[in-house]
Design a protein. Sequence first.
Length: 200
Amino acid sequence: MQTAQKYLNFILGLAVLVVFSAPQGIMANQTKITDGIKQTIEQVIEILQDEKLKEDPVARRKILRETIDKRFNYQQMALRALAENWKSRSPEERQKFTQLFKELLEKSYANKIETFSGGEIRYVDEIVKGKYALVKTKVQQHGKFVNLDYKLILENGQWKVYDFTIKGVSMIRNYRTQFTKTLKEKSFEELMKNLEQSAA
């Protein structure tokens, strides 16, 4: 369980760092989807470089989370992570699970984004099919480039990220496997307790 969680944290952390590092290169077929991500990138970099906020890490983290949260669709992430188990949950349970899952993801990337020093990114392609989009990138890691793709969904006129894949491995699919296994062995209440402990 701990090993799986560390791996998921690595995927999320790397994905967030790629989104909010200084981009380099030009992507073919670029549209407003990438422009929106770049706008958020500029906001995050500005926050990280703000000298006054460096003296107040609590306030800086709060502003960073608020900025990054605008780019993520936590509702879609939670729904897809629970998969079939989402249907059997009440509206209140869904809301609470989404909030806890959001807090878990925030905790996973918070420390990493604040210590990131930058890296080269190559925007490879952008594919749009209806309300879904895929932004393909390559990020430099230890001298080599790693494939990292972003899955986005259009809701209420906004494109937001609902999953990442690193070298073909989906973050949400990994969480879904983990949660499904837990729910086969334990109750939903116990899963929620585990999430509360992880997010604390």
